[in-house]
Every structure is written in structure tokens, then in C-alpha cells.
Design a protein around this ligand. Structure first.
Ligand code: HPA
Length: 265
């Protein structure tokens, strides 16, 4: 049995070039993959077995998308579910073990910029780890000292911009701030985040970006803006996040497929 098959027999012989992580309301993006092998997270050795946050899938889909081999995590686990910031370690590690050279991370986020309202897409150019937690705790190797000075790959971001232009989509760029959640922010916290330099805020992605960089994967990330952040618009709710994320999913799916075509991996 190969190393991969010890995690799940259906992984035997599979490989992928690009890993994709789908955020709230975006599960349908995986439906476009061809030659799909879909494996429930619950059957993969070492995967955390927390119940899915509503709006999130719970499958690893390996197949073909945008002319490349992809491994798609149709949903993610969040640090806010159990307080464990290392929760995405096994899912990101499997992308590496499948052979992925790059990871494309997606999420739903709130916007701190009125000119980037609900319905917008934002490529993440850098992040602020405001949760102050690390997914690398208990990693006792020297590789834990990850250089984060260019965590989000500029060439992959340029490829996403080309893909957006080709698809007639506007792709904003900005800094994503990791908020620990699961409660949303207060208006005062949003004003503080703006002073810190945040353009968008959400409860995920940063641990995955760190884990992917730790494993040497190049990282691209894009936020679906589901709302203006707290104090900038109407009150917030997860139901609203899922509804708007679902409405933007078509645009995001287009961007993901076109970007994967453009990625030089
Ligand atoms: N804050 C945090 N997480 C989010 C938001 C938000 O405004 N919108 C979607 N996810």
C-alpha cells in the first residue's frame, strides 16, 4: 500500500497539481470538476471529525478543472469550532502529499472598504493574523520558522487578475484580517482593523496559508465579499453570509476555473 492509500484506499494512484479550499456557500465550485473521485472527510485518516459548519461541504474531490489536476477540499474546519488553530493541518498536508505545488484558498469575508461592497471579489495580497494563533504549534522542526514576507504569490495573483479580466470580472486586491470568531466583530473592532491596514475580515484562510507555506506550496487566495463589515451596513448573520456567498459563487467559480488555467504550475 502506498503512503496515500494508508489515508484512504481511494487515494491510491491519485495526484494533483493545485489544491483548492472552498469557503462558505462555495461548495458548488467542486461540481465543475471532471473525472471526480470524491471522498468524505469522515473516511480520511487523520482528518478532524467536527461537524460541518452549515454552508460548508465535507468532501475531498480529486479531478480535473481548468485543464489541470486539482484536489478540492469542499469545505474547511475553522479554529473557532474547537479552539484548535492546527485543525487544517491534515487537510493541507494531503494536498502536498497528492503532489500539489500551489493552493488556491477561498473564503467569505466582510469588507472594510465601501468601494468594495457585497458581491465583490478580492485577491488577498497579504494578511494580518489578528487572532494571534498559530497552526504550527507542536511542529518541532526548524521549518516551523516560516518566512511570511511574500506569503501570497505575486505571479499567481497576476494570473488571477488576467483570469478576471478575461472573464469580465473586477478583482480587487487587499489585506485580509483573520478574526477568531465565531461572533462577528464590533464596529469599534472594525475601526481598529482599518487602522491596522485591513481591507477585508473573516474567520479562516490565514491558518491554511501558513500551513501551505510551511509545506512549500505557493499560495493564492480570494475572498468573496458578502457584506460591509460591522457598523458599516445592516446587522450581520451567518444566514446572510451563506445567501450572498451562494449568489457570488458563480462568479467565483468562473474565476477559480480561469485562474487555474492561467497558473504556471
Ligand atoms: N466578519 C467576519 N467574517 C465574515 C464576515 C465579517 O463581516 N463576513 C463573512 N465572514
Amino acid at each position: 500500500m502506498t503512503d496515500l492509500a494508508t489515508l484512504h484506499p481511494a487515494l491510491e494512484g491519485l495526484s494533483a497539481d493545485i489544491g483548492v479550499v472552498l469557503g462558505s456557500g462555495l461548495t458548488s465550485v467542486a461540481d465543475a470538476a471532471r473525472d471526480r473521485v470524491a471522498i468524505p472527510f469522515s473516511e480520511i485518516a487523520g482528518f478532524p471529525q467536527t461537524p460541518a459548519v452549515t454552508g460548508h461541504g465535507r468532501e475531498l474531490v480529486v479531478g480535473e478543472l481548468g485543464g489541470k489536476r486539482v484536489a478540492i477540499l469542499t469545505g474547511r474546519m475553522h479554529a473557532y469550532e474547537t479552539g484548535d488553530a492546527t485543525v487544517m493541518r491534515a487537510p493541507i498536508a494531503i494536498l502536498k502529499r497528492l503532489g500539489c505545488k500551489a493552493a488556491l484558498l477561498t473564503n467569505a469575508a466582510g469588507s472594510l472598504r465601501t468601494e468594495m461592497p457585497a458581491g465583490s471579489l478580492m485577491a488577498i495580497s497579504d494578511h494580518i493574523n489578528w487572532a494571534g494563533a498559530s497552526p504550527l504549534l507542536n511542529d518541532h522542526s526548524d521549518e516551523r520558522f516560516v518566512d511570511m514576507s511574500a506569503a501570497y504569490d505575486a505571479d499567481l495573483r497576476a494570473a488571477m487578475q488576467r483570469a478576471a479580466t478575461r472573464s469580465g470580472l473586477t478583482l480587487h486586491e487587499g489585506v485580509y484580517c483573520w478574526w477568531p470568531g465565531p461572533m462577528f466583530e464590533t464596529p469599534a473592532e472594525i475601526r481598529a482593523a482599518r487602522i491596522l491596514g485591513a481591507d477585508a475580515i473573516g474567520m479562516s484562510t490565514v491558518p491554511e496559508a501558513i500551513l501551505a507555506r510551511r509545506l512549500g506550496l505557493r499560495v493564492a487566495a480570494v475572498s468573496s465579499i458578502t457584506n460591509l463589515a460591522a457598523g458599516m451596513g445592516p446587522p450581520l448573520s451567518h444566514a446572510h453570509t451563506k445567501e450572498v456567498a451562494g449568489a457570488i459563487a458563480k462568479d467565483l467559480a468562473t474565476l477559480v476555473v480561469q485562474a487555474i488555467k492561467e497558473f504556471d504550475v
